[in-house]
Design a protein around this ligand. Structure first.
Ligand code: GUN
Length: 292
């Protein structure tokens, strides 16, 4: 078994980006500017957004964090999105999800200028992805594709089973992995809460991707010997014996699954850092596409 080390791979990408930014600075060019909107005080969302801001600082991007109380109105949020669309100093921005229940996520996502939608959630960018037209790919699926590519994981002709059909991970990833690209050319099965015979389907997987947010859901009896396992889950599990009172759990029972597979991503340190690296790549591209 080999670890698919997303942290190490993301560091490699961040180094490349740092050099690209240094080069831009030396040539008097603009540096990319990412803005992030965070609503409320959800611990997980705060951690992710802080990690995104920290990554900007590390590689020399400009960043702006905009915070709102949980009770912010949809109207105020929409007005902020509009202001960021028009702000020429901002190259790309994200609205961290999930949003409070009284706010329509789809409405907010659709209000973002597709040219600044570095999360790749806007219907225009999702449409471009399906047609394999250059645009912004959703950060987590793009990060997983980059992780497979940079670690020379063979995907052509492989059976890939994805658990979870979310708009931001499972669905886009199913499309990317089926495309005639490298990585890609997989035969993809996208499973969900209504799937029958899930265990049998998982046992056909050469590549198994779990993105359902259920700690330890994928057990050793669901995994074929030699499979590649990508664990997208990041659930905070309460555990008073830990210094923080919780630990981060993936969707895979790592201890028992790891010995059976060829490659496996750890949690933390697997997909998470790759998501952030993809967001940084998208932000640099957003600025370059403006011709700056
Ligand atoms: N919530 C979970 N993953 C993501 C992500 O990649 N981007 C945003 N904006 N919110 C998320």
């Amino acid at each position: 078994m080999q670890l698919l080390d997303g942290k190490a791979t993301s560091e490699e990408i961040k180094k490349e980006l740092t050099l690209a930014i240094l080069d831009r600075k030396q040539n008097g060019k603009k540096i990319p500017h990412l803005a992030a909107i965070l609503v409320g005080n959800d611990g997980g969302s705060m951690t992710y957004v802080n990690a995104k801001v920290k990554a900007c600082e590390e590689i020399g991007f400009e960043s702006t964090l905009i915070r709102y109380d949980e009770s912010v109105s949809e109207e105020i949020l929409l007005a902020k999105v509009q202001a960021l669309n028009e702000d020429k100093s901002v190259d790309g921005f994200i609205v961290q999800l999930p949003l409070p229940k009284h706010i329509d996520e789809l409405l907010i996502t659709q209000a973002i200028d597709p040219k600044k939608d570095v999360d790749g959630f806007h219907p225009v960018n999702l449409g471009n992805m399906i047609l394999n037209i250059p645009g912004f790919l959703p950060a987590t699926p793009a990060g997983i594709m980059e992780l497979l590519k940079r670690n020379n994981i063979e995907t052509e002709g492989k059976n890939c089973v994805i658990l979870g059909r979310s708009n931001i991970v499972g669905q886009p990833l199913s499309i990317l992995l089926a495309q005639n690209t490298n990585p890609g050319n997989c035969t993809v099965t996208l499973t969900h809460s209504k799937t029958k015979n899930l265990k049998e389907i998982c046992l056909t997987a050469d590549i198994l991707i779990a993105a359902i947010g259920k700690p330890g859901f994928v057990t050793a009896d669901m995994v074929k010997n030699g499979a590649v396992i990508i664990d997208v889950g990041t659930t905070r599990v309460i555990d008073e014996s830990r210094p923080r009172g919780w630990y981060l759990s993936g969707d895979v029972d790592f201890v028992n699954v790891a010995p059976k597979c060829s490659f496996i991503t750890p949690v933390p340190g697997g997909v998470g850092p790759m998501t952030i690296a993809s967001l940084m790549i998208n932000t640099l591209r957003a600025m370059e596409l403006k011709g700056k």
